[in-house]
Design a protein around this ligand. Sequence first.
Ligand code: NI
Length: 178
Amino acid sequence: MPHPKSTEEHQGARGRSLKVGARTAAVPAASAPASHQPERTKANDLMRFSVAMPEDLLMDFDQLVARRGLAKNRSEVIRDLVREALVEERSAIPGTLVMGTLTIVYDHHSSDLNDKLHTIQHDFFDNVVSTMHVHVDHRTCLEVIVLRGETELIQTVSNMILGTKGVKNGKLVLASVG
Ligand code: NI
């Protein structure tokens, strides 16, 4: 039985077909002879599977792959998207330990805003790992707050900060660390 010649599809963004293999199979490392293939698959072995999608969706996906640069191909972008979805799902499970980066932009001339933001961060000193403050211009500040803790607490603290009057905009990005 022939085996795949490479560990990656090389059609990349410009290929037309997303079919990456007719069967689910472990891909052998590099081009090792068949006799040297491991008998059992390991957790990090690449598995191939077929994906079907409408042509217009595939064309949009190929443009996304192209935007992500020469180092990325369809397989790598699909893996990135799957990991992203898994992190998002895990981060929603109560009790999950997460790291979060909360980025906020605010006007430091707003009345006692600096004090309020400072107080919240001291109230949750166990969960605030680090804060980076950038003076963007005469009025505007940007702060990146690194948080660690159970997901619901991190989201609560973030919402308190984002909801403080004078914070113009911001966004919390979670990463699961489990
Ligand atoms: Ni500042």
